[in-house]
Design a protein around this ligand. Sequence first.
Ligand SMILES: [Zn+2]
Length: 290
Amino acid sequence: MLDETRIRLEAIHYVRGLRERWVAVPASELRQFKGVFLKGQQGIFKPAELSDPLSITSTIDSPYTDDPIEGSRVMYDFAPGADGLKRCAEAELPLIYFLQVKRKPNPEYVIFAPVYVVGWDEATQRFLIDLAEQKPGETMSAPPTTRQLTLPAIRTPESPMEIREMSKSYVVTTVQRRLYHARFRNAVLKAYRDRCAVCGLRVRALLDAAFVVADRDPQPAISVRDGIALCATHHRAFDAHILTFDDEYRIHIELPERFEAGEGERAMLLAFSGKTLELPNDEELWPAVD
Ligand SMILES: [Zn+2]
């Protein structure tokens, strides 16, 4: 039993480490950890080493989740493994939630861990899962003095007003922001065919979706025009205003006077000065210029 707890906690620690390095984690990084498989193709997954499920994988075309995330909570239909998930809810076992943001080939996932199943409803055959990465009751209210044997009934927001109230809280914003950034990056990189708009570098792991607009808070809909695909170096140069572009999408490089770089580095950066950005085929997706 202790071993099972350790496996579970180490797996959660491992995936949390991965997301420090990736906005969305490639499936290739998620096969296994110390020989323990972390996830299935989709749905509720229990590795051979554990008695209860370890993770839930929600795919873009999942038959089990079609609901948007409201606040920090998502509904999940009863699926194979549902009994195990009920045990996780009763024992308040921490789980990993993999939310797919990029389709095959080479799918990518936003990871929430630890997450908890906070309730289920037999009538609608659905679980309620909180992605806020906090044990239920830990922040919302004081823990009950007696062990609750029955789970609280599912409570979903009843009005848009109520959803707005919920979305004010910090945890909700964090959940929404992480999802938004991952989806934004995916949409922008897709439009730019996984290439840096300046140098054409085609290594997805080294590409960012840089914001060209000031407001970086999650928007109701993702607009590719709010961003531009840049490699890590050109992203930094853009944020530092060393690299800019005009309304005809011509690149300008301006090195600060005290820029400490050798001739080679200067030449490397200045090489793109005066060239035109490599933009998506669809003009509607070109970055916003004011
Ligand atoms: Zn570049």
